[in-house]
Design a protein around this ligand. Structure first.
Ligand code: CP
Length: 310
């Protein structure tokens, strides 16, 4: 099935074949993302970025990729400057925006907001993160990072460390990894474990999932260590956040027993959970991961808006 005109709200909206098609196209897009080749693939296309939560990578990588492909963007990056501040509903905002441009990229603090937006819009909607729900385009670039490092996604052992409760990147990526036959290891502070419904989806998909208390032993035979920040903004109670803040940190001592090919990933921003000393090691993949957001989003948006990529 073609991706042209499709919404991408959850990674579960994409089949394995479609994910593979996007990853192949993303590889072809790397020279365009680096500015070594030019393209007008999105000429005459106008993309609306509606960001109702802070973002650096997702918003600016979308803006970068659209402009590098000859398209144009209009952006809401400060929610307090939109008419939602006056009480306009998300439905009405999206319905109106869908008449302005050719597609909408939405980030919103409420889980389910992107699905609601897709119902209100007659143009494709891409979920750029909905609360503690999903972040499918992050998953695509995470998969691209692993594939670039290992040449495959199947058979990898991926350790997730951190806030697995509120971390939407984990919810999306764990599902995708189960589709590709990776082994999943979960390590989280006791109050920040994977939500039951996400775990049920993984079990239903036949995923191989284990849980560990101490990440040190799991790191020893891992291929990927995927670290996440504790999502402070999702805590209702600051005291609850204080109980878990700073409860884990990856440094060179933790990585001393790891395989030489282990890569450390992080969706970023980091707030102390990976020591800067790791940046200079061959394990550090997080800045390459952030760059790969540009070619991956180039590929996805081209396929959705034009039906082809590269
Ligand atoms: N990984 C990610 O979503 O980063 P931003 O919040 O900066 O977009």
């Amino acid at each position: 099935m073609s991706l042209k005109g499709r919404d991408v709200i959850s990674i579960r909206d994409l089949s394995r074949d479609e994910i593979e098609e996007i990853l192949r196209a993303a590889k072809r897009m790397i020279p365009y993302a680096e500015g070594r080749k030019s393209s007008h693939a999105l000429e005459d296309r106008l993309v609306t970025l509606a960001f109702f939560e802070p973002s650096t990578r997702t918003r600016l990588s979308f803006e970068t990729e659209v402009q590098r492909l000859g398209g144009r963007c209009v952006t809401i990056s400060d929610p307090s400057a939109s008419s939602m501040r006056k009480g306009e509903s998300l439905h009405d905002t999206i319905r109106m925006l869908s008449s302005y441009g050719d597609g909408i990229i939405l980030r919103h603090p409420n889980e389910g907001a992107a699905r609601l937006a897709a119902l209100a819009s007659d143009k494709p909607v891409i979920n750029a993160g909905d609360g503690a729900g999903q972040h499918p385009t992050q998953t695509l670039l995470d998969l691209a990072t692993m594939q670039e490092a290992f040449g495959t996604l199947s058979g990898l052992k991926v350790v997730f460390l951190g806030d697995l409760k509120f971390g939407r990147t984990v919810h999306s990526l764990a599902h995708a990894l189960s589709v590709f036959g990776a082994e999943i290891v979960l390590s989280a502070p006791s109050t920040l474990g994977l939500p039951a419904e996400v775990r049920e989806h993984l079990d239903d998909a036949g995923a191989r999932v284990t849980e560990v208390d101490q990440v040190h032993s799991a790191v020893r035979d891992a291929d990927v260590l995927y670290v996440t920040r504790i999502q402070k903004e999702r805590f209702a109670d600051e005291a609850e956040y204080a109980k878990v803040a700073g409860s884990y940190r990856i440094d060179n001592a933790v990585l001393a027993g790891a395989k030489s090919r282990l890569i450390v990933m992080h969706p970023l921003p980091r707030t102390g959970e990976i020591a800067p000393e790791v940046d200079g090691t061959p394990h550090a993949a997080y800045f390459r991961q952030a760059f790969l957001g540009v070619p991956v989003r180039m590929a996805l948006l081209s396929l959705i808006l034009t039906g082809r990529a590269g």
